[in-house]
Ligand binder design. Structure first.
Ligand code: BES
Ligand code: ZN
Length: 584
């Protein structure tokens, strides 16, 4: 039976325990020439269905080298092509020789000109939600965990980093071979690597930051407090189980803020604001080391278990390091963003349930902050109902009992009902889990600092007031301004605070979106600069949406996108194209 709407995996078939990958990375052809050996938990027989996308399968053989028959079925949207292999009795492992496509959805190949140094090409992977299958033929469902080894051959000038343990590098002629091993079992979406001109700085015995040489000092400064974060997280959630917590500062086209690849978190360079003001993204990815990477959603219908728990854990880390005030401002902003995301789904309200029906739905299309923030507010409601001490005690047992597992919403419900009897009923969990939108009973978070912002009623704050604001407060303030905003207000804000020149992307993009929604076109060249310089979807989406919605800039949105399309990540392209289609 298929238990994951985003995988061909059949739970009656052999299950992969480990993968040994060898690959030669061809930057000129944008192809990996690879072989994957899949070793099963138990010797298998009969049909084995694997997930693939845009892979060219050359040969399948058993451990003795005998060729095995296979069928590569026609590709289906977002699922890719099912690869069916016939296993002889008692098959312990198989080998698949194949090559990837230059259009592999998990890979972005960068020309030297798209890097900071400008001299070397760069390649990185992004497998979540279901793109690992465009790199390796495998059972691409988070329900099944695998260990792996990888041996990558690359041009000698380049360094490989992986979300795994370093097992050494050898150089022969013009190429280098790097060996990596992932000792902890992971769901396939956490397979990750990057290749480029990379340098590193140690931040602590278990934390190292990687970046292009020109950015490594700035990254080391920005992320210097990461060890303190790990300490705070361990005090809250138990020992850190992944040995190392390294950080890779990505090229600007990285489509996400961060990706919790185990042992090596990937982070957008837009987090480097110069003042450590955006490091909550690090807290978030670190929190996934418990919520998500240790306890994983069994499939995309239960994604809130990953992201909702992680928002809760992120805000607990923020509270421990920066105080309850900051955590509550972050929650207040989260509530605004939740209401906005729910509004965006007005034609597909079922996407705003916590347990989302995903049959036939592309997870990249369904991606939004709803599982994050609705999940957070659901857990916060339970915590408020039972008290923090009881909730924390239960959370520890949840993390312990499901460690290195993959669970569904039903597993969560059974577990919390046993540990905190009656808690689900108290918060009316049914409306949260299977209802749409936010339950009416969920009151938005309040705090004195939020009250002060709202008391302005959208009027420009005095300089001495705003000088104490952090990025979250600026965001909350900008959100209170009704659109379209009067141009004299925007002129005043610009004269007083020079927001168009802000280096803090969270503030800058919120400001630029407000300006575009108000027909204030003095900012257009700065908007172009952001769209050309950054591929993070959190910023592309509001800017392209605002451009495309306004009749005066709609054509500009299309032309700008055509010009910049080649530099965007495949997932970001898909998102921008859907925005432009919607507002055509
Ligand atoms: N795991 C996600 C990113 C992701 C989700 C990639 C789904 C692909 C599919 C990561 O942990 C995340 O949530 N990133 C956020 C960071 C934020 C909430 C602090 C992002 O990218 O904006
Ligand atoms: Zn996350």
């Amino acid at each position: 039976m298929r238990r994951d709407p985003h995988s061909y995996n059949d739970d009656t078939q052999a299950e992969t325990a480990s993968i040994a990958l060898t690959a030669r990375v061809d930057f000129a052809a944008r192809v990996l020439h690879a072989e994957a050996e899949l070793t099963f938990e138990q010797p298998g027989a009969g049909t084995l269905d694997l997930d693939t996308r845009d892979l060219h399968i050359e040969r399948v053989s058993d451990s003795h080298g005998a060729t095995l028959p296979f069928t590569l079925h026609p590709a289906e949207p977002f699922l890719g092509a099912r690869l069916s292999i016939e296993l002889p009795p008692d098959t312990r492992s198989i080998r698949i020789a194949y090559r990837t496509s230059p259009d592999a959805s998990a890979l972005q190949w960068l020309e030297p000109a798209q890097t900071m140094g400008g001299k070397h090409p760069y390649l990185f992977s992004q497998c979540q939600a279901c793109h690992a299958r465009s790199i390796i033929p495998l059972q691409d469902t988070p329900r099944l965990r695998i260990r792996y080894t990888a041996e990558l051959a690359v041009p000698k000038a380049l360094k490989v980093v992986m979300a795994a343990a370093d097992r050494g590098r050898t150089e022969t002629g013009e190429s280098a071979t790097e060996r990596w091993e992932m000792p902890q079992p992971i769901p396939p979406y956490l397979f990750a690597f990057a290749i480029g001109d990379l340098a590193s700085r140690d931040l602590s015995p278990r934390c190292r930051v990687w970046a292009e040489p020109g950015q490594v000092e700035a990254a080391a400064y920005e992320f210097a407090d990461v060890e303190a974060m790990i300490h705070a997280a361990e005090a809250l959630f138990g020992p850190y189980d992944w040995e190392r917590f390294d950080i890779l500062t990505m090229p600007p086209s990285f489509p996400y803020g961060g990706m919790e690849n185990p042992r090596l978190t990937f982070i957008t360079p837009t987090v480097i604001a110069g003042d450590r003001s955006l490091v909550s993204v690090i807290a978030h990815e670190l929190a996934h080391s418990w919520t998500g990477n240790l306890v994983t959603n069994a499939n995309g219908e239960h994604f809130w278990l990953n992201e909702g728990f992680t928002m809760y854990a992120e805000r607990r880390i923020t509270e421990a390091l920066e105080g309850a005030d900051m955590a509550s401002l972050s929650a207040a902003l989260g509530r605004r963003e939740l209401d906005e995301s729910i509004a965006r789904f007005k034609d597909r309200p079922q996407m705003t349930r916590l347990r989302v029906p995903m049959q036939g739905v592309d997870p990249d299309d369904a991606y939004s902050l709803v599982p994050y923030e609705k999940g957070y507010f659901f857990l916060a409601a339970i915590e408020a109902a039972v008290g923090r001490a009881a909730f924390e005690a239960w959370l520890k047992t949840y993390l312990r009992d499901f460690r290195f597992g993959a669970i569904t919403t039903e597993d969560f419900e059974r577990h919390i009902e046993a540990g905190l009897p009656g808690a689900l009923a108290k918060v009316d969990a049914r409306t949260w889990i299977d209802g749409e939108g936010v339950p009416a009973a969920a009151a938005p978070p309040r705090s004195a600092r939020l009250d002060a912002i709202e008391a302005l009623g959208g009027a420009a704050p005095p300089a001495e007031v705003a000088s104490t604001w952090n990025a979250t407060e600026w965001n909350l303030y900008l959100e209170t301004i009704a659109r379209p905003a009067p141009h004299d207000l925007l002129n005043t804000l610009e004269a007083r605070f020079h927001l168009t020149q802000s280096n803090n992307y969270d503030v800058l993009v919120a400001w630029l979106a407000l300006c575009l929604q108000s027909g204030y076109h003095a900012v257009l060249s700065r908007v172009d600069q952001v769209l050309a310089g950054v591929g993070r979807m959190k910023y592309l989406r509001p800017l392209y949406t605002a451009l495309a919605k306004h009749p005066g800039t709609r054509e500009r949105a299309r032309v700008t996108y055509e010009r910049l399309r080649a530099g965007y990540h495949p997932i970001a392209r898909q998102m921008v194209e859907s925005v432009l289609r919607e507002h055509a």
